[in-house]
Write a protein that binds this ligand. Structure first.
Ligand SMILES: CC(C)(COP(=O)(O)OP(=O)(O)OC[C@H]1O[C@@H](n2cnc3c(N)ncnc32)[C@H](O)[C@@H]1OP(=O)(O)O)[C@@H](O)C(=O)NCCC(=O)NCCS
Length: 142
């Protein structure tokens, strides 16, 4: 059974999430960034499990008292793509007013995924990423 849940403090999946990021995500975070994210309550991490196997994760920055979420990362293993499971990571079980994100303008798959899930384009930021790639900013209001 496939289900999403929040990553808890001292969760047994914490190392696996970091491993998945470092091995498979195009722009992995450093250990230092992960340490910050894991220790700051303003960051919320969600994991997607097939039984007890980790198949994806998402990371949001949600400043205290706000219901505006900044999606920082979302990843699902390739064999689970195109099956509508990614939505479980994009829309976690939280009361939110909006979800905001940046996506590499060349990442057409992710852009289509966000668009079909109701995010609209706010604009483009040239050279947003450290390798000089441009980003598209997108948002969804609930
Ligand atoms: C981004 C991600 C979470 C989306 O999940 P997914 O399961 O692949 O998404 P879906 O298949 O539901 O939606 C993607 C859509 O893009 C379409 N698509 C695929 N390749 C495409 C391309 N090159 N150009 C345009 N659209 C494309 C798919 O057909 C699908 O649309 P459809 O459902 O109408 O057929 C997943 O692809 C992923 O983990 N990618 C690697 C990490 C990543 O890029 N994260 C985003 C960083 S911002």
């Amino acid at each position: 059974m496939i289900k999403a849940r929040a990553l808890n403090n001292d969760d047994s999946y914490t190392d696996k999430v970091q491993e998945m990021d470092i091995l498979l995500f195009e722009r992995p975070w450093s250990n230092k960034t992960w340490e910050t994210v894991l220790n700051d309550q303003n960051y919320k991490i969600f994991i997607l499990l097939d039984g007890d196997k980790l198949i994806g994760f998402s990371v949001f920055f949600i400043p205290d008292q706000e219901q505006q979420a900044h999606l920082l990362k979302i990843y699902i293993s390739s064999e689970y793509r195109s099956k509508n499971y990614s939505k479980l990571l994009l829309f976690p079980d939280l009361a939110l007013k909006s979800i905001y994100l940046e996506v590499d303008s060349k990442n057409l798959r992710a852009r289509s995924f966000y668009k079909k899930n109701g995010l609209i384009i706010l604009g483009e930021v040239k050279k947003f990423y450290s390798d000089g790639s441009d980003a598209i900013k997108m948002i969804k209001y609930f």
